[in-house]
Write a protein that binds this ligand. Structure first.
Ligand SMILES: [Mn+2]
Length: 330
């Protein structure tokens, strides 16, 4: 039997955070590079919330938000370049360390401004002046929901849609261990407020280009199972003719669906001798500490890092490390 969970969460932002948001006029909100639905969902939800409160928020993300998210508020206003803007507060959402903010955080210009960190990664390094980190939350958007409540702001369809987008993304459609009764309760409220669950699910989870599926096909040709660790590689050559597709999005979760697999990894060859590593683990296994030891971060069941080296060498070295994580947590 699992421990009973309260149906309502007691999670709330620190009062200093509410004060800082209330007194800001032009907050800069930054989502992490290679943004996913929780990064863009929490960026746009918070941006919209602050706009509705009469602020003049600036939304930024180094990498272009995927067009799948173009139904979210202010999607067209997300900046990839923050030159010339003059915020009075910086808020980082869904980033576990400062490098994830990428080039839109200019230390020279913004370093003297207060930096607020809002994140749910257990590997968060507390890089803000004020850090609100909730590793029990399934998504940063779950935290933005609690923030909305703490500010006594109402939900509306636009806000609810952005909030639910992050929750659906990070739980892969309510399938992860951190989907508590509170998350389901919140989801009901968001649907009540007008968030279209089935449309969001389709946009976020069932929305792949043919080029991406072609990349999956090529990468699947490289699948290997080594004890309980299943892995595949995605090379620069494999995607040369695929019109800008880089990551084999979703492939690592698909690999973990193999009955024989406990841990899955996808290695993506990047320019300049870098390899992006993406890990997933079944319940009872933890890949976050390996990602952290390699300079990355994440959650026990989903984590990643970027390392330098030749892709085949990186694969064999990292798979050896992952095999050591096969000892289940006690
Ligand atoms: Mn997230």
């Amino acid at each position: 039997m699992t421990k009973p969970q309260p149906s309502h969460s007691s999670i709330a932002p620190p009062p200093e955070l509410l004060d800082a948001l209330s007194s800001a006029r032009k907050p800069l909100i930054i989502a992490h590079l290679s943004p996913d639905g929780d990064a863009i969902g929490s960026l746009t939800a918070l941006g919209y919330l602050l706009y509705r409160m009469g602020k003049d928020p600036i939304l930024a993300c180094q990498d272009k938000a995927p067009p799948a998210f173009n139904f979210l508020p202010f999607y067209d206003r997300i900046l990839q370049d923050t030159q010339g803007i003059q915020p009075d507060l910086v808020i980082s959402v869904d980033s576990s360390d400062p490098t994830r903010m990428g080039s839109v955080y200019d230390e020279a210009r913004f370093g003297d401004l207060p930096l607020i960190v809002i994140d749910h990664h257990i590997t968060n390094v507390y890089f803000g002046d004020l850090n609100w980190v909730e590793p029990m939350c399934c998504a940063t958007d779950e935290m933005i929901y609690y923030l909305t409540r703490a500010l006594q702001e109402p939900l509306d369809e636009t806000l609810a849609t952005a909030l639910l987008t992050g929750i659906v993304t990070d739980t892969r459609g309510f399938r992860t261990y951190n989907v508590t009764p509170a998350v389901m309760h919140i989801t009901g409220e968001l649907i009540d407020a007008g968030a279209p669950l089935s449309i969001i699910t389709e946009r976020v989870l069932d929305n792949r280009s043919l080029a991406l599926i072609t990349l999956w096909a090529r990468a699947l040709d490289t699948v290997e199972l080594d004890q309980g660790v299943i892995s595949a590689i995605n090379t620069l050559a494999m995607r040369r003719d695929l019109g800008g597709v880089i990551r084999a999005e979703g492939l690592v979760s698909f690999l973990l669906s193999a009955q024989e697999a406990k841990i899955a990894a996808v290695f993506t060859e990047m320019p300049a001798g870098k390899v992006e590593c993406s890990f997933r683990a079944r319940r009872g296994y933890d890949v976050s500490h390996i990602a952290l030891s390699l300079g990355g971060g994440g959650h026990p069941p989903a984590a990643g890092c970027t390392v330098e080296g030749e892709i085949h060498t990186v694969r064999s070295q990292v798979v050896a490390m992952l095999k050591q994580a096969l000892q289940p947590e006690s």
